[in-house]
Write a protein that binds this ligand. Sequence first.
Ligand SMILES: NC(=O)c1ccc[n+]([C@@H]2O[C@H](COP(=O)([O-])OP(=O)(O)OC[C@H]3O[C@@H](n4cnc5c(N)ncnc54)[C@H](O)[C@@H]3O)[C@@H](O)[C@H]2O)c1
Length: 277
Amino acid sequence: MSIFEQFKITGKVIVITGGAGLIGRRHTEAVLEGEGIPVLLDIFKEPLEKVKEDFLSRYPGAKIETYVADITDRKCLEGIRDELLSKYGHIDGLINNAANNPKVEGGSKNLGAMRFHNLPLSIWEDDMKVGLTGAFLCCQVFGYEMEKQRSGVIINISSDYGVISPNQNIYKKEGVPEEEQTVKPVSYSVVKHGIMGLTKYLATYWAKSGIRVNTLCPASLSNGQDEEFVKKISELIPMGRMSKPHEYPATVLYMLSDASSYMTGATVILDGGRTIW
Ligand SMILES: NC(=O)c1ccc[n+]([C@@H]2O[C@H](COP(=O)([O-])OP(=O)(O)OC[C@H]3O[C@@H](n4cnc5c(N)ncnc54)[C@H](O)[C@@H]3O)[C@@H](O)[C@H]2O)c1
């Protein structure tokens, strides 16, 4: 097999949680480029349908499955697993991508509400539920199927904030008192560090079952943030700029395919060098 052919995932069924979101779309693109079958799970119907429509116009004839699903609901995940198995007979990959990702930069309405001392318990619990419990349940339900098949790949999506602490200075607004300044909530850091624990645990647990489990850390995605924020964050990045959505799919396809057949338990960081500075 040529090196290029190792990147093919033809006919492989890959479940992507939070598939209708910003990065979920890029994961979908990676699977389609590799000739796989993306299965998008998201809580919102309309964006899911839009993503499917957009990709079908770019990849006519491709198979794309979408499910309105809450990943914190085990029964719902089991139903999807059973449907996929009766339709395709196998589940080959899982990208644990869904997480609450509060956009606190540039003009957030949440001034002060996310600060450590007053972060509502309900937000903490919901963040843990989606980012960690959801990923745990998906690994139980879809990963166990891979264990029975004795093959599969799992990518857990963390962040540069799974490696370093947020530099809260970049979220600061001029003229706002310190106690009202918005911060990236502690729950985000805990979820993004925690998911790496899930990777390491399962990478060893399933190492001899043909399942590889790795972490991908995207960082600083350019998504219409205001100029002041872009300037502040760029100064923290050795490459001096934010990342673009098209800079992710090739790495995701590498991690999903046999091109990375000896990689498990690893952390792949796409951050323009931010975490080494
Ligand atoms: N955007 C960034 O700059 C960035 C940087 C580093 C890491 N990340 C990570 O990448 C991942 C995706 O981030 P994004 O920016 O695309 O976020 P996003 O908010 O655009 O997408 C997340 C998706 O998850 C879905 N979702 C939320 N709860 C769900 C649930 N219970 N069940 C099913 N789906 C649910 C949402 O509806 C949304 O479509 C997250 O894990 C995030 O932490 C993002």
